[in-house]
Structure formats: C-alpha cells, structure tokens
Design a protein around this ligand. Structure first.
Ligand SMILES: [Zn+2]
Length: 733
C-alpha cells in the first residue's frame, strides 16, 4: 500500500479542536486495543425486521382516499428502496370498511377499501406492510356509549384534543384498550396479509398521563415514581397482549408502539427493551425548545442502552417540525439529511416520513428526491451500516427516573433541568471526541459495565440502594466514576436520603442544603497551586488561582486535601461590591480519590449544566481533564482534526465503521441547517484485535478508498475532508 502525501501529516502530532488545548496536553493519550471480534451471527436466523434497512411512510389523512394516487405512492417508496411501509388502519378513522363499532369511516372513504388497495400495491412491489393504528382519540358518539373510555379532568369532564375538540382522549387504563384495539387488530388479521401492527400516539412520551377517570382515581398520583411503575406495568401488559394477537395469524408478526422521548422516554425503557421487537423512535426533528443538533444521535444512544442489539428505527420528518410547523410542507434538505445521518451513525435504521398525499402525490414534491437519493445511497452500503456493537470505553448513566420524575434542585425547579444537564455533558464529550455509550440505571450489572473504564453520572439524583451497590461494586472492581451535586441523594421513590447513597464510594458527605446563585456564582480555588500544578484535572490552567465553580452546589464536609475549594458566591452588581467576603474556605469544590485502578471525582456543583448554560471553556476543560484522568486517557479510537464533530465507532460484520457527523455549523444549536461547512482532514487511529488484517478502508460518502497503514496492530488512515457526514468503513481480510 503506497503512502499518500496526506498520510505524511500523521507524523505531526495533531490537536483536537474545541478548546484550544496545546499539543502537550494530548501527548499522554493511550491507545487500547479493540476487544476480540464478536462471534459471527447468522443473518438467516435473525427476525425479519433485523434485515429492514429503510422505512417509509406517507401518513394518511382522511382526504387521501379521495385524492391519493396509490400507484404513485407505492412507486415512490419502491424507488426509494424501502423494505417496509406504514399503512394507516387507524382507530380514529377507518381507512377500510371496518365493522368494529365506533371505528368511524373517514368521510371520503365511500366504503372503499383504501387500506387493502395500498397494502396490495406495496406487496406487489415487494415491500412489507406495517398496519398503523391510533388508539389515543375517538369521537363523541363513542363517548356517549362508553363514557368510561375517556380521560377525565379532576372535575370529571372528559379531556379533549387541543386542536379538534370533537375528539376526546381515550384512557389507556380503560376497556377501550382492552376491547376496542384488539377488535380492530383481529379484523385486520382476518382481512389482510400484514406483517406487524403498530400504535401511533400511545404510549405517551416525555411525560405521564394525568387522568382522573374511575380507574385512574384508584392509582397513585400521576407524576410520582409509584405511578410510573403502574404506568409501565400497563404498557407492558397491553404490549404483550397485542403482540399475542398479532401472532394469532403469523408467528413472525408482532406488535410495537410509539416510543422515543430520548433520555426521558415514557415507560421504563429497561422493561420496554425486554418486550420490544421494534423500537420506533418517534423523534422526528429539532424544535426551538430542543434545539441541540444531536437530538437524534442522543436517541440512538438511548436505544443502544436498552435493546441488546434489537431493531430500532428513528423517524425523520420530511415535513417541517417545530412550532409553528407545517406538516404538509418539506423542511430544509440539509436538516433532513443530518437527521438521517445521525440515525445511521447511532446505529438505528432511517425512516422517512411525510404527511398526506394532496394533489395525487404531488402538492409539495421537494422531499421526495431527498429521501430517494439518501436511501439509494444507503442501499449501496448496507453491509457497513448494520452495526454489531459499539466501540466505547466510557458509560454515561442517563438516569431515566431522574430525567422523568426529579423536579430539579430546590433552587431551580424546572422540567428542563436534567435536559440541560444531559446536553452539557453530551456537548463536552463530543468536543473531547470521547467514545461513549449511554447506560440505563436498571442495567448496571457487572457484565454490562465491564467494557467501560469510567462511568459518568450527570446528577443522577434518583438511585436505589441496589443501584448504589452496583456502582460501588463497579468501583471496587477497578472502574472509575464521575458524579456530583445531587447524585444519589434520592432513592427510587424520590425520597431524600440524609446523605448521598454513594457517599462512601466517593468519600463525600453532605454538609447543608443546596446553595444557588444570586449574583456571582461560587468560585473554585486552586489549592496549593505549586503542589497541585501537576494534578491532571488542572492541566492547562495557568495564571489564575481560581476557576468558575457552577450555578448550584451541594455543600460538602471538609475532606483531607482538596484540589479545589469553594469560594462562596457574592455580589456581581454593583461592581463596588463584587469581591469575596470569604476568599478561602475548607469546603471542597471537588473530591478526588484513587484506589488501585479506580479513580473517582465528585463535583460539589452542577458543572455539566452550568457548562451548557454558559459555554465557559474552563468548565469544558475541567470536564475534559477529569474524564481523561479517570480513564488514564485511554482511547479505543482516536480521531484528530479540526471541527466540532460527533464520533461513533462500530464493530460491523465486515470490520469496523467510524462515523463522523460534522456539527461545525452556525445552525447547530438553533433552527435548522441551511447548508454545510466542510471540515479538513481527520486522522483516525485504532489498535486492532490480534490476528486481524485490514483489507481496505473506504469512505462511504466520498465513495472512494483511502490509503492506510498498520504497524504493531495500530491502524492509521486519514479522511481528507468531511462534508456533512463521513463513514470510514474498515473491511478486514
Ligand atoms: Zn383514566
């Protein structure tokens, strides 16, 4: 293999962009060999959905039976090489001549079998069909006959759709779900050859239902941990029952439902992951309130944490997401493509979605080539895009219970609190180009954690005694930990503990109540700068005796020899008073410990969230330094070069795939991408397992091979540039 000119650049030690660290800061990076290859899985033994690589949906409207050109619809999705399409059965409006009571025929149906025609057109073209239902709403006549089906307000009145008041909201604990939904499923199975069943609109995502019907009045109060458990029980019970009904006709049929909701989810994702055969990430695009560009990748990491390799698809809205949003108009193509890039990079299957087929199939046609071209490209590279397992040595415990149920600390009661915390750590890990996985708090068994050098717990406030014990065992076995603020201060029922559940693991003890900020937040004083100058978490800090602390902190009892101590916050305005009345205390701002291979770092403050709110480079550096120290700066894959990227690395059947998502864009955290700002060369280094030989390195977006070299099992190659996305596919001999 001849060396290209660009490979010479590897001899110079490149820097990672993002925080302006000088080269010395990186010289300590240790490359750890990739784990031995997974045993080969026989694709023929996999369930059919594991072979699905592309999913398409035109979300059918009541008007579509009057206007949609069924052949044009089927031809489009076939031309986009989709393996499966969603066709609407619904439950709000029947798209076939249903005889199920209260399954109202759409007013343009005219007794036509629209569902049957679409299903036949899809099957004729070799596409599978998902029968799509919507059990969340129904009409006034059903409410009159079955008042028990409705979600009720506290005053007993029925809850209605906010946009269409003629529709009432159905209660998932009522007989509507026990009787009505199974009746439709059985009717469909008796009439058509569908491959599986799906419910849209249920279960709810991101928040829990609040119903006061006769059944729900007997349940724990909504929004509590106890309610969350009965909510999950009900979801799993119905899911299993619907799955059995799906299988009454075909053994390889199954049921799945609306999922997603990112780290918050809906039902407990550990339990859902055990029953779900298809995780449908209804996570369709960015909004003003959730503007971070990685919204889809983050969902992929959640799926990987709970699915054990089972199938996940993430829906990309080809239409305009956000508020206001136009569900029947195309969105920016660069934005739609980036969402699909993130879907692939994070190990999910892309799913393209548009609403309605006005004017035949043609009212707004701009989304169609976007999906067809993108899917046509993926179809050439399916072997490299299907993932076997992630290559990562850092685990981030996302704490679903905390995300869903914890109201924030007493000083900042907001539902956004954990969202901001997660985004802060996520941003920091991306800018440090760390390879990490998400970990669910109910999946902390040693066999799952052993792949990680460090576990990070970004204010995982709610942890049970059992979970604390598992984390303790992980540290005893040599694992490193980063946590802080209110982590483990509450049990799984959100009951506060007298002291942190992980107090002994980190050598910390609570010394008071949360202190917020009124003016200047607290500062972190660098203790004994000369002696500590060499401490790795202080690398790169020069010409200062203090650093920014965080917005909120949980005071800690003094410990032996803290590297950083708290200078309590003080007035910011007027500047005459902007000086610390107490410029030195013995209250630790960070507590660091080492025992054998295990290292632990506890921050008194909410550093991750404060970084997200401020973007302060000192906090970013502190987080990076800490993660490097915890992991001994050990990397499984190293990617050096300019730009803000998200990195994923996967073991694949042919070898490995290194995915780089280019987020260097003024629209990365607000609005949608308008265009792409290409990046320069990225240098990739990884150490291969023993007895492996590289045959080729191919860039799937650039559609070319690049030179590589291997020396003592260390593989090096250069990706000359990255447009919006690049995948370096390593094929082994
Ligand atoms: Zn209810």
């Amino acid at each position: 293999m001849p060396f290209s000119a660009s490979l010479q650049a590897l001899d110079a030690l490149p820097t990672v962009a993002g925080e302006g660290l000088n080269e010395k800061d990186y010289s300590g990076t240790n490359l750890e060999a990739l784990p031995p290859r997974s045993p080969h899985a026989d694709a023929a033994l996999q369930p059919w959905q594991k072979r699905v690589r592309r999913v398409g949906q035109t979300n059918m409207t009541e008007h579509d039976p009057a206007v949609m050109d069924v052949d044009a619809w089927a031809d489009y999705w076939h031309s986009a090489k989709v393996d499966v399409v969603f066709v609407s059965v619904t439950g709000i409006l029947a798209f076939y001549p249903s005889k199920v009571p209260f399954h109202r025929h759409g007013k343009f149906l005219n007794n036509r079998d629209f569902f049957g025609e679409c299903t036949a057109a899809a099957k004729k073209r070799g596409m599978r069909v998902v029968a799509r239902m919507s059990p969340d709403l129904n009409w006034e006549d059903a409410l009159q006959a079955h008042p028990e089906w409705a979600m009720r307000n506290r005053d007993g009145s029925a809850q209605h759709s906010g946009e269409e008041p003629r529709l009432f909201k159905t209660c998932m604990f009522s007989s509507y779900m026990d009787d009505y939904v199974p009746a439709i499923m059985r009717e469909i199975n008796s009439l058509y050859d569908v491959d599986c069943f799906y419910t849209n609109g249920w279960p709810p995502l991101g928040s829990l239902p609040d119903c006061h019907c006769a059944v729900c009045r007997t349940l724990p109060a909504s929004g509590t941990p106890a309610y969350w458990r009965v909510f999950t029980d009900r979801v799993v019970e119905l899911w299993s029952r619907y799955d059995a009904i799906a299988k009454e006709k075909k053994r390889d049929s199954f049921f799945f439902a609306n999922s997603g909701g990112n780290v918050r989810g809906g039902p407990n994702l550990d339990r859902l992951g055990k029953v779900a055969q298809w995780f449908q990430a209804d996570n369709q695009g960015r909004t003003y309130n959730d503007a971070a560009i990685w919204g889809c990748s983050l969902q992929g990491r959640v799926c990987n944490a709970v699915l054990d390799g089972k199938f996940a698809a993430n829906v990309t809205a080809a239409y305009s997401t956000g508020t206001p949003g136009w569900r029947n108009a195309s969105k920016n193509p660069d934005e739609a493509r980036m969402w699909m890039n993130e879907t692939l990079a994070s190990g999910m299957v892309p799913y393209f979605h548009f609403v309605g087929a006005e004017n035949g199939f043609d009212e707004d046609r701009r989304w169609q080539p976007v999906g067809r071209d993108y899917f046509g490209w993926t179809a050439k590279h399916d072997a490299h895009l299907a993932t076997v397992r992630s290559i990562a040595n850092i685990g981030v415990v996302f704490g679903q219970a905390t995300q869903l149920l914890y109201p924030g600390p007493s000083t900042v009661r907001t539902r956004a609190y954990m969202h901001e915390t997660t985004n802060g750590l996520y941003d920091a890990l991306l800018r440090g180009r760390f390879a990490f996985d998400f970990v669910h708090e109910d999946r902390l068994e040693p066999e799952r954690l052993s792949k990680y050098r460090a576990l990070l717990l970004p204010n995982v406030a709610m942890l049970s005694d059992k979970q604390c014990a598992q984390i303790r065992e992980y540290a005893k076995a040599g694992g490193s930990l980063m946590a802080g603020f209110e982590t483990s201060l509450y049990d799984e029922d959100l009951k506060p503990r007298a002291d942190f559940g992980l107090a002994d693991v980190f050598g910390v003890s609570k010394a008071g109540d949360v202190v917020g900020t009124n003016g200047n937040p607290y500062y972190a004083r660098i203790e004994k700068p000369e002696a500590n100058a060499a401490h790795p978490i202080l690398n790169g800090f020069r010409d200062t005796d203090w650093l920014p602390g965080a917005e909120n902190r949980m005071p800690l009892q003094p410990t032996g020899d803290p590297v950083l101590t708290v200078v309590p916050g003080f007035v910011r305005y007027p500047p005459e008073l902007a000086y610390p009345p107490h410029s030195h205390t013995d209250e630790p701002a960070v507590v660091l410990r080492e025992a054998g291979k295990s290292r632990t770092a506890w921050f008194a403050g909410d550093v991750e969230r404060t970084y997200w709110l401020t973007g302060h480079g000192d906090l970013l550096r502190l987080l990076h330094n800490t993660v490097r120290w915890l992991t001994d700066d050990t990397r499984l894959v190293q990617v050096d070069g300019p730009g803000f990227i998200e990195l994923f690395c996967w073991e694949t059947a042919p070898g490995y795939a290194v995915h780089l998502l280019n987020y260097s864009n003024p629209d990365a955290q607000h609005g949608w991408l308008q265009s792409t700002y290409p990046l320069g060369a990225q240098h990739v280094t990884m150490k291969l397992p023993a007895a492996t030989t590289v045959k080729s390195v191919e860039l799937l977006r650039a559609e070319r091979t690049v030179p590589f070299r291997t020396e003592e099992r260390v593989l090096r190659f250069t990706i000359p540039g990255v447009e919006d996305y690049e995948i370096a596919a390593v094929t082994l001999a």
